[in-house]
Design a protein around this ligand. Structure first.
Ligand code: PGA
Length: 257
């Protein structure tokens, strides 16, 4: 049976109030039930995690965090550890988002976060992406370096709970016409699979889902999924309005054409 497709909503700091978050989650829960074959995941900011986890309790929609601490010992003021998240019902975490890399997160910290997530039994969505595309193809080595440094020595248990999100930084936060073209995405998906096969056990590597993120909207989701070989999407701004998020979820169904 074909693997389910994935749509992950990354709310960033767009949705801020518990009331709005709860109403969104309750409606999503009701509406997504009628869209089979798609796994929906939601990553609200830390403050809204308990509210959203509560509203989605026992629903087939996973709740995740947008980052985690690279540490597991308690002396880290302001940090939130993987095990703390696990305790409130979180099942996945986004690691290495370009907005966090831009704020100073290092390759070493990203690697440690993946280790911590694995120890707590959380699924990791590792974001990789180049700042700009180069004629000479330099963006491929950026991706290759990000993958090898983040995933070095990853246990096969950790690798089985890994998802890669390819998010070219230049395509984030714009609109559908500024997103990557399906043929360029297809080329990158093949390149990422090859890199994973060199870093992880080959069989496990081939089963790692690869998502695309960067200006995914209802208008481009269908073509991107049909022509590129990705397993789904990591969606930012369009995941914060129920209508646009549902439009994307519907368009990734295998029978949506
Ligand atoms: P966007 O963000 O969909 O708003 O481009 C994607 C992301 O940053 O994960």
């Amino acid at each position: 049976m074909a693997r389910k497709r994935l749509v992950v909503g990354n709310w960033k700091m767009y949705i801020t109030s518990p009331e709005e978050a709860s109403a969104f989650a309750v409606s999503l829960r009701r509406k997504a039930r009628t869209i089979p074959g798609v796994e929906v995941l939601l990553a609200p900011p830390f403050t809204l995690l308990p509210t959203v986890a509560d509203a989605l309790h026992s629903a087939p929609i996973q709740v995740g965090a947008q980052t985690i601490s690279a540490f597991d010992e308690p002396k880290h003021t302001g940090d939130v550890s993987a095990s703390m998240l696990k305790e409130i019902g979180v099942s996945f975490v986004i690691v290495g988002h370009s907005e966090r890399r831009a704020a100073g997160e290092t390759e070493d910290a990203i690697h440690k976060q993946i280790v911590r997530a694995g120890e707590a039994g959380l699924t990791t969505i590792l974001c990789v992406g180049e700042k700009e595309r180069e004629e000479a193809g330099g963006h491929f080595s950026v991706i290759s370096n990000q993958i090898s440094s983040a995933l070095k020595n990853l246990s096969s248990k950790g690798a089985k709970k890994l998802i890669i999100a390819y998010e070219p930084v230049w395509a984030i936060g714009k609109s559908a016409q500024d997103a990557l073209r399906p043929q360029d995405l297809q080329e990158m998906v093949i390149f990422i699979k090859k890199n994973l096969a060199e870093t992880l056990e080959r069989k496990v590597a081939m089963s790692v889902p690869i998502l695309y993120g960067g200006s995914v909207e209802g208008a481009n989701a269908r073509d991107l999924i049909a022509q590129s070989g990705v397993s789904g999407f990591l969606v930012g701004h369009a995941s914060t309005k129920l209508e646009t998020f549902l439009e994307i979820i519907k368009s990734v169904r295998r029978d949506s054409r």
